[in-house]
Design a protein around this ligand. Structure first.
Ligand code: NAP
Ligand code: MG
Length: 475
């Protein structure tokens, strides 16, 4: 392994205020709840800022602002709405370094990822849906598809600004107005986005940001003035929301958990597959709903793949997320770290063999080394439950049919990866895998033009692409 000198990205480019209010009707307002909580940098446990926690009265105010803004925004010609979205996309590009540093500080993900993956995708998402705003009549939903009204949107902490983009860009393009609640551990880039809305002169009330915890999210999704709910998060909370919305007129899309299979056949180029395995499960510390957390490797090459994988994992650098050399950043919160530890201990207790490369762990902050479990049985918790951390469970198979059987043996169905040189085998597998996305000889690739979403308990509805418009139109 080469010795690298530290190459920290400067944090001077971000200006974090000590305290934030709520963004309602185009203005910063004090919460009526008078409650505030700290958000920290999970790599250092340093307090970054205090944010308001919106109560029911605050959520009501935000929903009313969105409802008031709806007639003018939805009545505006699509080409005019597009101008705002293009403007937002360009400001995101201009401020991308600042936003990447802020995301890394609040979330703990490596700057290499926030800079090269999150931010380019965020801007691309706004550009993409800006392009649809004046073409809705040609999207295949009738000659004059109408928006739904006020969208209540709740997002998780793993890709804070990217999940915001996935939610807000299509909603606005279709003519809806929104109230968005970011996750409690990662509110800062959503609050920076509020500033971007002001910079873009977006009409007041079109975007409202209410920070807070689960209760704020619950108040938002249950508010009678909300016409559409879009939720990304755990299957557990998704279930709660589906239950509370059943029987109401609200339209609902759910993007929930996953336990994806990454399937490597004996004819796959091993080094390339190893890169895909690493990207599949160690990208973003494994805090990825579609992470390739179950490696299914053909028995005949299992030894070679594992050897190459372990060698590769020995070269990953864990540490300061702001360092441009860092591959593995911090775990987002103490709670998430506890969950990863608990499931990993269960893996050992159930008889799987645990391995991690020698890897120094910083003294402060929340960290977990890249971990591989071999000898995993399908009945083990680490093969069934979403760990949402840098932990890979390795299983083997002999035939394509067995690979399909094992890959589909999960309540989830968000994604899968298949590594083979044979096109016919690839297509045979893709048509049998019960997953919203099947990657072929790659993993964790995202594009705004490509729809994303789940089968089974991974949720319903699609985000991205032309399909993503449907969730925000009255069709
Ligand atoms: P989570 O606990 O379900 O939280 C998601 C969001 O919902 C957060 O903003 C949370 O607020 C809020 N919330 C909590 N309880 C709520 C309630 N009763 N009503 C309304 N909102 C509520 O999930 P998480 O742990 O943050 O995120 C990880 C999960 O998200 C994983 O399962 C992952 O697979 C999934 N995910 C899915 C996708 C996808 O596209 N399918 C993408 C990313 C992540 P707090 O932050 O205050 O808890
Ligand atoms: Mg934080």
């Amino acid at each position: 392994m080469f010795e690298y000198a530290p190459a920290p990205e400067s944090r001077d480019i971000v200006d974090i205020r000590p305290s934030y209010g709520l963004f309602i009707n185009g203005e910063w307002v004090e919460p009526q709840s008078e409650e505030r909580h700290k958000t920290i940098n999970p790599a250092t446990e340093e307090v970054l800022a205090e944010v308001a926690w919106a109560g029911e009265a605050d959520v009501d105010r935000a929903v009313q602002a969105a409802a008031k803004a709806f007639p003018a925004w939805s009545g505006m010609p699509g080409a005019e709405r597009a101008k705002y979205l293009f403007r937002i996309a360009r400001i995101i590009q201009e401020r991308s370094r600042e936003l990447a540093v802020l995301e890394t500080l609040d979330n703990g993900k490596p700057i290499r990822e926030s800079r090269d993956v999150d931010l380019p995708l965020v801007a691309a998402h706004f550009f993409y849906y800006a392009g649809w705003a004046d073409k809705l009549a040609y999207a295949g939903f009738g000659p004059d598809p109408r928006p739904l009204g006020v969208a209540g949107q709740v997002i998780p902490w793993n890709f804070p600004l990217l999940m915001l983009a996935w939610k807000i860009a299509p909603a606005l393009a279709c003519g809806n107005t929104v109230v968005l609640k970011p996750a409690e551990t990662t509110p800062l880039t959503a609050l920076a986005f509020a500033d971007i809305c002001r910079q873009a002169d977006l009409p007041p009330g079109v975007v409202n940001i209410v920070t807070g915890a689960g209760e704020t999210g619950a108040a938002l999704v249950n508010h009678p003035g909300v016409d559409k709910v879009a939720f990304t998060g755990s299957t557990e909370v998704g279930r709660l929301i589906a239950r509370s919305l059943a029987g109401t007129r609200k339209k609902l899309t759910l993007e929930l958990g996953g336990k994806a299979a990454n399937i490597v056949f004996e004819d796959a180029p091993i080094d390339q597959a190893v890169e895909g395995i690493v990207n599949g499960i160690f990208f973003n510390q494994g805090h990825v709903c579609c992470a390739g957390s179950r490696l299914l490797v053909q028995e005949s090459i299992a030894g070679d793949v594992l050897e190459a994988l372990k060698r590769r994992l020995g070269t990953l650098r864990l540490g300061d997320p702001l360092d441009k050399n860092t591959d593995i950043g911090a775990i987002n919160s103490a709670e998430q770290l506890a969950k990863i530890r608990e499931l990993s201990e269960a893996g050992e207790a159930e008889g799987a063999e645990r391995w991690s490369p020698a890897c120094p762990i910083p003294d402060r902050g929340f960290w977990f080394p890249p971990t591989v479990f071999t000898g995993v049985a399908q009945s083990h918790r680490i093969a069934r439950e979403e760990i949402f951390g840098p932990v890979l469970s390795v299983l083997t198979f002999r035939t394509p049919a067995e690979a399909v059987e094992k890959a589909n043996n999960t309540p989830y169905g968000l994604s899968a990866g298949v590594w083979t040189e044979k096109g016919s085998l690839m297509l045979w597998m893709a048509s049998r895998l019960r997953a919203g996305v099947v990657w072929s000889n790659t993993f964790n690739r995202f594009d705004p033009a490509s729809p994303f979403g789940g089968y089974k308990e991974s949720g319903y509805g699609r985000e991205g692409g032309r399909h993503g418009l449907e969730a925000y139109l009255d069709v």
